[in-house]
Design a protein around this ligand. Structure first.
Ligand code: 3PG
Length: 214
């Protein structure tokens, strides 16, 4: 299967991707279980904490329904670490030439992050026509995304950064949006308090409201 086909298969699993920051390793598995029980299976585990990678590894090992992507991939080395633990995809807030070159030769789908036409052109030059639009709200919001559709009709986006439960549907109806990402599904305070039922219920509601194309 090509990386493009792999990405299409992933996007068929879900359209809402929680951006997850794990502070305590012990939270990783119950958090992922709560999301999967709520019907949200595509998970972005960020590398922005020390527990991130080990947390992702634990989820891959112990939560069979979870489809784990590694986020906040900033360097080729981060990408290698994601692949080494068996992540199924990787995402970045940006699109440096070094990272794009590494991802172009990698075995798993990669979503670079773009906020401008030039960044998107760098990504597309290496075959990446699906990208994070980050930081979505401050990089122009829905008008910015609509403007990119003009010169780049083939590009598809996962807006992230400022997407919320209240506005996710507005993003998802855009023809060039294939998924949305955000931290609203896994608030830090709820994770710290172990409120897995609250997280599961929000996931369930989100999946019911937004999970399938309108
Ligand atoms: C991130 O990478 O931090 C995501 O963009 C999350 O943004 P949000 O907190 O606005 O959802």
């Amino acid at each position: 299967m090509t990386r493009k086909d792999q990405l299409a298969a992933l996007l068929a699993i879900g359209r809402v991707v929680p951006v997850i920051t794990i502070h305590r390793l012990v939270d990783a598995v119950p958090l992922a279980r709560a999301l999967v029980e709520g019907g949200i299976r595509l998970l972005e585990i960020t590398l922005r904490t020390e527990a991130g990678l080990a947390g992702a590894q634990a989820i891959i090992r112990e939560v069979p329904g979870a489809v784990v992507g590694i986020g906040t991939v900033l360097t080729p080395d981060d990408l290698k670490r994601a692949i080494d633990i068996g992540a199924q995809f990787a995402l970045s807030p940006g699109a440096t030439p070094a990272l794009l070159d590494a991802a172009a030769g990698a075995s798993i789908p990669f979503l670079p992050g773009i906020a401008t036409a030039s960044e998107l052109m760098e990504a597309m030059a290496r075959g990446f026509d699906t990208a994070k639009f980050f930081p979505a709200t401050s990089a122009g919001g829905i008008p910015g995304l609509k403007a990119l559709a003009g010169p780049f009709p083939q590009a598809r986006f996962c807006p992230t950064g400022g997407v919320t439960e209240d506005n996710a549907a507005e993003w998802l109806v855009q023809p060039n949006v294939v998924a949305v990402g955000g931290s609203w599904l896994t608030p830090a305070a709820e994770i710290a308090a172990g409120q897995w039922d609250v997280i599961r219920d929000r996931a369930q509601r989100t999946q019911a409201n937004l999970g399938a194309p309108a």
